[in-house]
Design a protein. Structure first.
Ligand SMILES: *Cc1c(COP(=O)(O)O)cnc(C)c1O
Length: 230
């Protein structure tokens, strides 16, 4: 199947899941996760109308962003070391993976140098898995409050990566919990914080995520096929 064909199938599946949840399919944006895929694959997806891409690795992203021509938008979705933030400053429209204050401070500093603001999501490790990034649920609200005070950064929502399950229904409670946490933060009415975005759902479980309120689904293999590790 071609990338264009895969995209069509995914959009149909997004629409079915959205309708099931009585949501407008346009309220769900597809982030095509292009990590390990060559610039040509991104260009091919862009020609098929997919203009939003998610990348995980700073060096790989910087090289690819320089190669891809045209009006594409990049999101950074991977775990991020503070000393690498400078390489993505100004190049990404949204960072999904802010999980600690020191990282937020560096994003604030780098975007500030450009006289710009960066939109970010706070990544939550709901299951508390040692192998995954993300703040704990209990630390979330304090982190949001402190990040919100930084002038060159705007908190726009939350992101999570649940534990792996063969059955997508296994992930559903984690998606539901992320939405509940976003509701708590909204209720706290923290200045300059909105919970407009919930980034959750990947190739294996995005329909469940949409039913639970995802506004950004991060889909890699279902768009591009297997990853191209070199
Ligand atoms: C790789 C990755 C994805 C996409 O995973 P697929 O299963 O290939 O759809 C989504 N989110 C994050 C954070 C990733 O690292």
């Amino acid at each position: 199947m071609s990338i264009a064909g895969n995209l069509k199938i995914i959009h149909d599946r997004i629409a079915v899941a959205a309708h099931k949840a009585r949501r407008d399919p346009a309220s769900v944006r597809l982030v095509a996760v292009s990590k390990t895929q060559p610039a040509e694959a991104v260009t091919e997806a862009a020609r098929a109308g997919q203009l939003l891409f998610g990348e995980n690795y700073v060096q790989e992203f910087a090289a690819k962003a320089a190669e891809v021509k045209g009006a594409v938008e990049w999101h950074f979705i991977g775990s991020l070391q503070s000393n690498k933030v400078k390489y993505i400053a100004g190049l990404v429209a949204l960072i999904h993976s802010v999980d600690r204050f020191s990282l937020a401070e560096e994003i604030d500093r780098q975007w500030g140098k450009l006289g710009k603001s960066c939109d970010v999501l706070i990544q939550v490790n709901i299951a508390g898995e040692a192998t995954k990034s993300g703040t704990t649920s209990t630390g979330l609200i304090d982190l949001v409050r402190s990040v919100a005070r930084l002038p060159h950064l705007r908190v726009r929502g939350l992101m999570t990566m649940p534990p792996f399950f063969d059955d997508p229904e296994g992930a559903r409670p984690y998606f539901r919990e992320l939405r509940r946490l976003a509701g708590e933060i909204t209720a706290a009415a923290i200045p300059d914080v909105t919970m407009a975005e919930l980034s959750m759902g990947m190739s294996g479980d995005f329909e469940a995520a949409i039913e639970e309120g995802a506004t950004l689904v991060r889909i890699g293999t279902a768009v591009f096929g297997e990853r191209q590790y070199r």
